[in-house]
Design a protein around this ligand. Structure first.
Ligand SMILES: CC(C)(COP(=O)(O)OP(=O)(O)OC[C@H]1O[C@@H](n2cnc3c(N)ncnc32)[C@H](O)[C@@H]1OP(=O)(O)O)[C@@H](O)C(=O)NCCC(=O)NCCS
Length: 392
C-alpha cells in the first residue's frame, strides 16, 4: 500500500470516483466530473492524502487550511473533509492510517486544532474528536417582525448579488473570527469559490462600517426566503437585517435563517410566531466535532483562574503530562510529572472548547476526574458555546 500527498489537479482522477460514489447520486455523469475538475482550483491549498494499491486509489482524506477562534485565541485549523474509501477496501484500516497521517502533517505545518463534520461521531471520537454544537435555524413569517418596518434605525441595508457583496460578507466573517469563540473561516483560496455562488447578500452598514451580512435565496413568490448564517457584530446589525427580512412581508410566507445556539429568536418581536430548531442526524446533518492537535500552541488562551496537571494518555500528538496554569488570565502550558487528573483527547478538547464541564467529561467516559480536580478545571475552562459557521 502506498500513501502519498496529491495535488489538487490529481484529485479528479483519484479522489473524485471515491467521493462521487460516497456522497453523490451515482453513477455520475461526465458533466459532474467536469464540474468537479473546474472546482479544484479552490482546493490548491488543501492537503490531500490518498492510499493507492496497484495504481488504484482506494481511500482519500483532505484538510482545508482554515483559522479558528478558540476562547479568544485564533489558531490555524485543519478542516478535515473528503474522507472516503472504495467499498471494496473498507474496514481495512486505510482511512485510520490516512487520518493519523493527515492530523500529524497538519499539526507539523502549524495547525493547533482540527474540526470536521462527522457521518457518525463515534468513528471520529476514536481519533480524539468531540462534539460541538451545530447551528440552529429560526423559521418565521415576516409579518411577525412588522414592528421593525416602522423602526428608525441608524444604518442601512444594501442588497447585492454575491459577486458584488462577497468582500463585505467575507470581510465581516474575518472580523468575527477575531471576536467570536468557535468562529472559523477558510483561507482565501478556498473561500473564493463562494464568490461565484448564486446568492443575494444583504449587507448592513452604520456610517459605512459593515455591522451585519447574510446571504440568501428566494425560491418563489409567496414561498421561502432561505438565508445562511445571520452574521452581525451586535444588536444593531441584527436589527437592521431583521428589518430587511420584514420588508419581504408581501413577497414570501416564510423566512428561514441560520443562527447560533445563543440566539433567542422569540425575543426578536412581540407577536412573533417562530420555530427555533436544532436538528442533528447522521450521516448528512452531523454536528461538528473538534480536537486539539498541539498543546503548546494553546499558551496564551484566555482562561479562568486556576492551575492543574493533567495526563493525556495514548495520543501521538498531545499525549503526555501537562501543567496548565492561568497566569494573569492567560494559559501557560508546560511539560510536567505527577498528574492529578487523566483526560482523553476528546475530554480535554471538550473542556477547552467549553462544551463539557469536568463532571460531564467523567460521565461521558472521557476522563477520570477526581472530585478535588473539578473546581480548578471548572474555573479555568468555563462553559462557552462555540459557533462554527463554515460547512465543509
Ligand atoms: C466511513 C469510511 C470512510 C470508513 O472507511 P474505512 O476504510 O472502512 O475505515 P477504516 O477501515 O480505516 O476504519 C477505521 C476504524 O473505524 C472502524 N469503522 C469503520 N467504519 C465505521 C463505522 N461506520 N462506524 C464505526 N466504526 C467504523 C473500523 O472498524 C476501524 O476500526 P479499528 O481502528 O478498530 O480497526 C468509509 O466507510 C466510507 O467511505 N463511507 C462512505 C463515505 C463517508 O461516510 N465518509 C465519511 C464522511 S465524514
Amino acid at each position: 500500500m502506498n500513501f502519498r500527498q496529491i495535488t489538487a489537479a490529481e484529485r479528479t482522477a483519484t479522489m473524485f470516483p471515491l467521493q462521487a460514489y460516497a456522497f453523490m447520486p451515482s453513477p455520475w455523469s461526465a458533466e459532474e466530473e467536469e464540474k468537479y475538475r473546474r472546482r479544484m482550483r479552490f482546493y490548491e491549498t488543501a492537503v490531500t492524502l490518498v492510499a493507492e494499491e496497484d495504481g488504484q486509489t482506494l481511500a482519500g482524506v483532505a484538510a482545508f487550511r482554515m483559522r479558528q477562534n478558540v476562547r479568544g485565541l485564533v489558531h490555524d485549523m485543519a478542516g478535515v473533509a473528503s474522507v472516503s474509501s472504495h467499498p471494496a477496501a473498507r474496514r481495512r484500516g486505510l482511512v485510520r492510517e490516512l487520518m493519523h497521517r493527515l492530523l500529524r502533517q497538519t499539526r507539523d505545518e502549524g495547525c493547533a486544532v482540527s474540526v470536521l463534520y462527522p457521518f457518525r461521531p463515534s468513528f471520529y471520537a476514536r481519533f480524539g474528536f468531540v462534539g460541538i454544537p451545530r447551528h440552529r435555524t429560526a423559521a418565521f413569517a415576516p409579518e411577525g417582525l412588522g414592528h421593525l418596518l416602522r423602526a428608525e434605525l441608524p444604518g442601512e441595508v444594501e442588497r447585492v448579488p454575491m459577486a458584488e457583496g462577497f468582500d463585505a460578507w467575507d470581510g465581516l466573517q474575518r472580523r468575527l473570527l477575531t471576536e467570536r469563540h468557535g468562529f472559523a473561516v477558510f483561507d482565501a483560496v478556498r473561500a473564493a469559490e463562494f464568490r461565484d455562488d448564486r446568492y443575494w447578500v444583504a449587507v448592513a452598514r452604520v456610517d459605512g462600517e459593515v455591522v451585519g451580512a447574510v446571504r440568501y435565496r428566494v425560491d418563489r413568490h409567496g414561498g421561502e426566503l432561505a438565508a445562511g448564517h445571520l452574521h452581525c457584530t451586535g444588536s444593531l446589525g441584527r436589527a437592521l437585517l431583521l428589518q430587511f427580512f420584514a420588508r419581504h412581508v408581501d413577497q414570501v410566507s416564510r423566512v428561514v435563517v441560520q443562527i447560533s445556539t445563543d440566539e433567542v429568536p422569540e425575543l426578536w418581536g412581540t407577536d412573533l410566531t417562530v420555530t427555533a430548531e436544532g436538528r442533528v442526524d447522521f450521516p448528512t446533518r452531523g454536528g461538528p466535532m473538534a480536537r486539539v492537535l498541539d498543546m503548546e500552541a494553546l499558551a496564551g488562551t484566555p482562561v479562568g483562574p486556576g492551575a492543574i496537571t493533567i495526563e493525556i494518555p495514548d495520543d501521538e500528538l498531545i499525549g503526555g503530562v501537562w501543567r496548565l496554569e492561568s497566569v494573569g488570565g492567560d494559559l501557560t502550558v508546560a511539560k510536567a510529572t505527577t498528574p492529578s487528573v487523566t483526560l482523553s483527547v476528546g475530554g480535554f478538547s471538550g473542556l477547552l472548547y467549553g462544551v463539557l464541564d469536568p463532571i460531564e467529561v467523567a460521565a461521558r467516559g472521557l476522563g477520570a476526574v477526581p472530585a478535588e480536580a473539578v473546581p480548578a478545571l471548572a474555573s479555568m475552562f468555563p462553559r462557552a458555546m462555540p459557533y462554527v459557521v463554515a460547512d465543509f
